[in-house]
Design a protein around this ligand. Structure first.
Ligand SMILES: NC(=O)c1ccc[n+]([C@@H]2O[C@H](COP(=O)([O-])OP(=O)(O)OC[C@H]3O[C@@H](n4cnc5c(N)ncnc54)[C@H](O)[C@@H]3O)[C@@H](O)[C@H]2O)c1
Length: 352
């Protein structure tokens, strides 16, 4: 198949690029090389067109003869500052809208969208009676005294988390998350209006070679790793028992190949995860052990708005795409302790 891959020079995009080529697909690759991801003045690697997804005229010739678009171009991160909002809205949402408009002028009717677990916000919880309960923002008074779990506001007893299915409500917690929800909504509306199809892959915590180093926008595994590399103990917030799903970039790439090769009807969101939950404290301990570095320090610090537990169900992606992650996070994270990382961008680069 002929695939247009956006964000092809990025961390995940470059893994997807290699996996598509290995599977025999023809890839038309583009990337704007934004400073937030690549630092100032980075040139596009050979074979990647330097094109902005917000530029209809730039996109149109690249879409010629394309069967599927695999859309990874985005400005990423947790929304460190409100000043980042225009960058998220511009690159992620306007960019997606322009891409969909450009596709409407062609025969290409299939989109694979890089979405994220951040669309859910908090994970899924039940109270002691087994009823689903929407977890609200934790109160700073609770967090200050180390009460990190969610509690039922009626009974005061702790809520229990469980894996999030794709039909869970979307409750974005950050500006970045809001932009990822908006991308999905644009894509779903485009699918409904045109009969085109969208597979929205909701990645969980992705790690692997060439992950960005320790900018405020990079993932916690890379931040722990950089601390260890500098001879420092990884600093673990809260009590370290926050639960996540860490999925290797090579598995993300395999999920993209499966989604490109397997047309699904309408708008289909799918969790892409390892299916093996792990705590943040365990992630820090695995990396520290692997590097023979100082043991992690659990600091009790917290960031207002942080999600306590977000873990996905891999069942739907297994059933409809036949996708199963191969890398066990406890093995993959130990390897990641020595993986090559990408250099840091300027701290305020997301705004450019
Ligand atoms: N890294 C994760 O853990 C994670 C998790 C869930 C979802 N995602 C999604 O996966 C995708 C790739 O993320 P990543 O971690 O590889 O980030 P990245 O920053 O490494 O890659 C994104 C790429 O998009 C490019 N880009 C940004 N704006 C552009 C524009 N207007 N036109 C063309 N190119 C543009 C950047 O230059 C960069 O190379 C994103 O859509 C992101 O939201 C990532």
């Amino acid at each position: 198949m002929r695939v247009l891959l956006t964000g092809a020079a990025g961390f995940i995009g470059s893994h997807v690029h290699r996996a598509l080529l290995r599977s025999g697909h023809e890839v038309i690759a583009l990337d704007l090389m934004v400073p937030a991801a690549h630092g100032p003045d980075a040139a596009a690697p050979d074979g990647i067109h330097r094109v902005d997804v917000r530029d209809l005229d730039g996109l149109t010739p690249l879409l010629h003869g394309v069967d599927v678009v695999c859309h990874h171009a985005a400005v990423v991160g947790a929304g460190v500052s409100v000043a980042d909002a225009p960058a998220y809205a511009g690159h992620n949402d306007l960019g997606t809208a322009v891409l969909l408009a450009a596709m409407a002028g062609t025969d290409c009717r299939r989109l694979v969208l890089a979405s994220s677990m951040v669309v859910y916000g908090e994970g899924r919880y039940r109270n002691v009676r087994g009823e689903l309960v929407a977890a609200t923002l934790r109160q700073s008074a609770d967090l200050d005294r180390g009460r990190f779990e969610h509690y039922c506001t009626r009974t005061g007893s702790a809520l229990h988390w469980e894996p999030v299915p794709e039909d869970a409500p979307l409750r974005p917690r950050s500006l970045y998350a809001a932009s990822k929800v908006a991308q999905e909504h644009y894509a779903a509306a485009w699918s409904a209006a045109t009969g085109a199809t969208v597979t929205a892959l909701r990645y969980h915590n992705v790690y692997g070679d060439d992950m960005p180093r320790d900018t405020p926008y990079s993932g916690v595994a890379a931040i722990f790793r950089s601390a260890l590399q500098a001879g420092l103990a990884p600093r673990v917030f809260e009590d370290g028992l926050q639960t996540r799903d860490f999925v290797h970039a090579t598995d993300i790439a395999a999920a993209n190949v499966a989604a490109v090769e397997q047309p699904l009807p309408g708008f289909t969101p799918l969790n892409i995860c390892s299916g093996q939950p792990i705590t943040i404290g365990e992630v820090a301990a695995i990396l520290a052990d692997a590097r023979h570095g100082p043991a992690p320090v659990v600091t009790g610090e917290y960031r207002p708005g942080d999600v306590r537990h977000i873990v996905a169900s891999p069942e739907a992606s297994q059933r409809v795409l036949g996708f199963r992650a191969r890398v066990d996070p406890r093995v993959g994270l130990a390897d990641f302790a020595f993986a090559p990382l990408r250099g840091a961008a300027a701290p305020d680069a997301a705004r450019r």
